[in-house]
Design a protein. Structure first.
Length: 76
């Protein structure tokens, strides 16, 4: 078939995705490598095994505390 001048076939309009895939793989490798070097610090909260202290007594007389927040506006 003869091509009409100025029109491109569907095959000519394809975009090469190879460079984009290269960049994606490089970024993936970068983030995987840097994520392994980040170390999180934690505080050891383990209690001692020789805890001979008595448990605190249970308070049967529980009390509620009510706080009331009031905003005072000055008129000047």
């Amino acid at each position: 078939m003869k091509k009409i001048a100025g029109r491109k076939s569907a095959d000519d309009a394809k975009i090469d995705l190879t460079p984009m895939l290269d960049v994606v793989f490089i970024l993936l490798i970068f983030f995987v490598v840097t994520a392994t070097f980040l170390s999180e610090t934690a505080i050891s909260a383990a209690s001692s095994d020789n805890n001979e202290n008595e448990t605190p007594p249970e308070d049967d007389d529980l009390k509620n505390i009510l706080f009331e927040m009031v905003r005072i506006m000055k008129l000047s």
